[in-house]
Design a binder for this molecule. Structure first.
Ligand SMILES: O=C(O)CCC(=O)C(=O)O
Length: 262
């Protein structure tokens, strides 16, 4: 499957692209079942809700031990990390051959999975999840260039009530100054020039099997989950083969999976 030229142009212009009904419902449900089992048993490495919100920039930039070290039984899981190695079904989705030509087109390069980043089942649990503020994923990643794209798979319905992603179209190409971000490099909502840009935000409801591809520099955020049902999604990141992790950085400390050209 290939993108038509309008879709490719749309990705490059907006920094994201939605592929409707991309993965069949049965495959989504199978992934969901395994994810649910790992979530119920809190199988490490996980990140807890407390950890997700509280970690500082230094931790986020250097962490290589992804275990949560959570001491509390009642800690809520925010994401299962390192999912590529967890289960054959997770690996199979990340190596899916139907999406590969699309990723090749977008990256204009051979596709490489970066197991250092995202590589996660993301959750928003009812009653206790938090919003994710405006940010660019690339801020804590260390690569030779920005040719990295995340692949978000909706395993069920996602909308503004349970925390669907929101994007600022075109922000992956914009130049920002340091003072537009706080100390954790979240995009400040309180300053005038940011407010105007935030008004241009878009989001679209997602349904089981929909995929969103988004650029590593695209500003995005998500609400907390205000419903009574968990929201569970799959996200992983790919890069072009020419894009190199900086030596010694966290980005270089996890295996990269080079996918054959199709
Ligand atoms: O599910 C969310 O809150 C968004 C997650 C996200 O944007 C991220 O972890 O980069």
């Amino acid at each position: 499957m290939q993108l038509i030229s309008e879709q490719l142009a749309q990705f490059h212009r907006d920094g994201f692209l939605v592929l409707r009904d991309f993965l069949d419902a049965k495959s989504c449900d199978n992934i969901l079942k395994i994810a649910q089992a790992h979530l119920d048993a809190k199988i490490e490495p996980i990140e807890t809700e407390t950890g997700y919100d509280s970690r500082d920039k230094a931790y986020r930039t250097t962490i290589t031990d992804y275990t949560s070290h959570a001491k509390e039984e009642q800690e809520v899981v925010r994401r299962l990390r390192q999912v590529y190695q967890r289960d054959i079904l997770f690996k199979a989705w990340m190596e899916n051959e139907k999406i590969r030509p699309i990723l090749q087109q977008i990256l204009d390069d051979q596709v490489v999975i970066t197991t250092a980043h995202h590589n996660s089942i993301m959750t928003k649990m009812p009653f206790c999840s938090t919003q994710t503020r405006w940010h660019q994923d690339r801020r804590y990643w260390r690569y030779s260039d920005d040719n990295l794209v995340s692949v978000w798979l909706a395993l069920d319905e996602e909308d503004s009530t349970n925390g669907v992603l929101e994007f600022i179209p075109g922000s992956h190409k914009m130049k920002f100054s340091k003072d537009q971000f706080d100390e954790k490099e979240y995009f400040l909502e309180s300053i005038e020039k940011n407010k105007q840009l935030i008004e241009t935000k878009v989001s679209t409801n997602l349904y089981k099997g929909d995929v969103v591809l988004f650029h590593s520099l695209l500003l995005h955020r998500a609400n907390k989950n205000s419903t009574e049902k968990p929201k569970i999604s799959f996200v992983y990141t790919v890069k072009g083969l020419q894009t190199k992790a900086e030596k010694g950085s966290r980005s270089s400390k996890f295996p990269e999976i080079v996918l054959e050209k199709v």
